[in-house]
Design a protein around this ligand. Structure first.
Ligand SMILES: Nc1ncnc2c1ncn2[C@@H]1O[C@H](COP(=O)(O)OP(=O)(O)OP(=O)(O)O)[C@@H](O)[C@H]1O
Length: 306
């Protein structure tokens, strides 16, 4: 099956000569939730804006739903809903009118049954006759999503969907996004929040200074997250790792006074207990021990600051 989004060797140099994207290649498949994670200025908005036809691409090829975003702009754009970072919500219009109008912008015939479904899915049905400016911040965000979904796109972009949103509303948003995915929408979200990527995404892409430096299944990243390290400071120097321990992921420090054991947090019980027992059997004494866990945050920070 062809990917919903295909980006091949995309470069972007802004008019002032700044290169915001460097040879970006990425494929996103139907029904995925893909999180694009990166620090400020990494190029997330630039990438999204190019795919959505708001910013001109440099060289490279970009397709949405199989359509080239330059040569087949209309078809490509119609496949996409975009919830931008900046929310423009000082509108006197009612929720119903605003969402219906957005659909019209794509040249689509009115379809009240769809607008009704979108508003109900987003828990906005009761507010349909309210003016947008009278709504709470969280409701306004929902309206933005409803507008983006009004023309029945198969791909939804959410640029920083929960920036500045309180924890409760963030959870609501996550729940909503999951529901949309269940209905077959492909979702691409940008975020600074590692927690958000962990919670939501099927796959995570990390972008740094215009380059995609990692694209990985969330679960395999989570198994990295689950790595733990046990450090044992020994009473007496060891010259080498005893044969009984060579099957274990154990390393000896250069000075021979520290053993470092790396393990999966899921196997914690058996692994650590077994190791300590073996050390006891071998008569290897230690003064102190510490464990530490590497988090996705650490992996991320390590990656983007390398
Ligand atoms: N119109 C422009 N002209 C020149 N440089 C630009 C322009 N728009 C963005 N940039 C630069 O391109 C880089 C990437 O910006 P972009 O907005 O894509 O980053 P981002 O990852 O979305 O950041 P944030 O998380 O802060 O939204 C930044 O260094 C930015 O200053």
């Amino acid at each position: 099956m062809q990917p919903d989004i295909s980006v091949q060797h995309l470069n972007k140099i802004y008019e002032d000569g700044f290169q915001a994207l460097k040879d970006v290649s990425l494929e996103i498949h139907n029904g995925e939730i893909f999180a694009l994670l990166g620090p400020n200025g990494a190029g997330k908005t630039t990438l999204i804006s190019i795919i959505c036809g708001i910013v001109n691409p440099g060289n490279g090829e970009v397709k949405a739903a199989g359509y080239d975003i330059v040569r087949q702009y209309r078809q490509a754009r119609e496949a996409i809903g975009l919830v931008p970072q900046e929310l423009n919500t000082d509108s006197f219009e009612t929720v119903w009118d605003a969402v219906s109008f957005s659909r019209g912008l794509f040249g689509k015939a009115p379809k009240p049954s769809h607008i009704e479904k979108v508003l109900k899915d987003l828990s906005l049905w009761d507010k349909r006759d309210n003016r947008i400016m009278s709504l709470s911040g969280g409701m306004k965000r929902r309206v933005m999503i409803a507008k983006a979904l009004s023309h029945e796109p198969r791909i939804l972009f959410l640029d920083e969907p929960t920036a500045g949103v309180d924890v409760e509303l963030r959870r609501d948003m996550w729940e909503m996004v999951r529901k949309l995915r269940e209905n077959g929408t492909t979702i691409i979200l940008t975020t600074h929040y590692i927690e958000e990527a962990e919670e939501m995404a099927d796959r995570i892409g990390v972008i740094r200074q215009g380059e995609i430096i990692l694209v990985e299944d969330k679960n395999s990243l989570m198994s990295k997250l689950g790595r733990k390290e046990l450090r044992l400071q020994l009473m007496h120097k060891l010259d080498k790792i005893p044969g009984e321990l060579t099957l274990e992921p154990v390393e000896l420090s250069d000075d021979g006074y520290e053993l470092v054991y790396t393990f999966d947090s899921q196997q914690q019980q058996a692994g650590v207990a077994g190791l300590l027992r073996t050390l006891g059997d071998l008569g290897i004494e230690y003064r102190d021990l510490q464990t530490r866990e590497s988090s996705l945050e650490e992996i991320f920070v390590g990656l983007v600051h390398e």
